[in-house]
Design a binder for this molecule. Structure first.
Ligand code: 5GP
Ligand code: ZN
Length: 139
């Protein structure tokens, strides 16, 4: 898509520090990293939602994201990594081209996910899963 910033990076019209590239995916350093080494892994086709990305691209994104995280850990600068994907504006997606965040981590990096822990009311799980099961299809 011509006005997509990540499509422009794929096309080479905007510079980026490439971490990895193959026929299906491109990985490059995030311009405003959570930790040093924070990398984005994107499919080489324009789709806003990860759900619309063909499965061979989805598989490659996960495979490469995990390999990139492992390589950063092997540098001995990090102890682990987060894989994080914002899907939809309400979920924090800003760039409308599906992308996986690989965030190398060390216990002293000072970053904390703003996690919370809700509780389910009575019957809420059954109602939720009943609606979900009506819509879920593995194919
Ligand atoms: P989102 O919030 O959509 O999941 O994340 C978008 C990410 O893209 C952000 O972490 C942001 O820093 C990064 N980003 C936005 N524009 C550019 C850019 O032009 N170049 C690079 N390398 N990263 C970008
Ligand atoms: Zn795009």
């Amino acid at each position: 898509m011509s006005d997509c910033i990540f499509c422009k990076i794929i096309a080479g019209d905007i510079p980026a520090h490439k971490v990895y590239e193959d026929d299906l995916v491109l990985a490059f350093l995030d311009i405003a990293p959570i930790t040093k080494g924070h990398t984005l892994v994107i499919p080489k086709i324009h789709q806003e939602s990860i759900s619309a990305v063909p499965s061979e691209y989805q598989h490659r994104i996960l495979e490469i994201s995990s390999k990139i995280g492992k390589a950063f850990v092997r540098t001995q600068e990090y102890d682990g990594f987060n894989l994080h994907l914002n899907n939809g504006q309400c979920a924090g997606q800003v760039v409308p081209h599906a992308h996986m965040h690989v965030v190398p981590r060390i216990g002293t990096d000072g970053f904390h996910w703003n996690w919370r822990n809700l509780e389910y009311k009575e019957n809420e799980i059954e109602e939720l899963l009943s609606k979900f099961n009506e819509k879920f299809s593995a194919s």
